[in-house]
Design a protein. Structure first.
Length: 151
């Protein structure tokens, strides 16, 4: 959910084909969970919400099925998350991580999204980007839809 990735994606580099195998090492580390967040969000997410989501995912992926939370517990953890307002885009740690990610992608000056990050509306609030359409659209929008017609 927080990565924006498919559960299996053969187009990803080796070691990243299986979402669970790729994500599991990051879920348990508080300082590395940012690597799981969909970069198309460009910092427009709650840090506490992402941390809680990572902790929840870690619990859901427990190797012991009895240790996994009930769906009712999952719902209770997720319910308050949309109301959190501590946006990552204003955090020093997130800015550092973005620069590290841009450098690792071979762009030492940052990415275009870094430039977009610095644009603010007149009132000083960063505009929200739509993840439904345009260059930041979720890849799920382009996924083929099942045929509604029955043979």
């Amino acid at each position: 959910m927080m990565s924006g990735r498919r559960s299996m994606d053969k187009n990803r580099p080796n070691g990243e084909h299986n979402l669970v195998e790729w994500a599991r090492p990051y879920l348990g580390e508080r300082r590395r969970f940012y690597r799981l967040v969909d970069p198309r969000l460009e910092g427009n997410f709650s840090i506490k919400g992402a941390q809680k989501t990572a902790q929840l995912a870690h619990a859901c992926l427990s190797r012991d099925p009895k240790a996994r939370p009930l769906m009712s517990q999952v719902v209770e953890v997720l319910k308050p998350l949309p109301n959190l307002k501590d946006m990552a885009s204003s955090s020093y740690f997130f800015q550092s991580m973005r620069q590290e990610r841009a450098a690792s992608l071979g762009n030492p000056n940052g990415s275009q999204s870094m430039k977009a990050q610095s644009t603010f509306a007149r009132n000083g609030v960063q505009p929200m980007r739509s993840l439904s359409y345009g260059p930041h659209a979720s890849p799920y929008r382009q996924s083929p839809r099942p045929n509604d017609k029955q043979p």
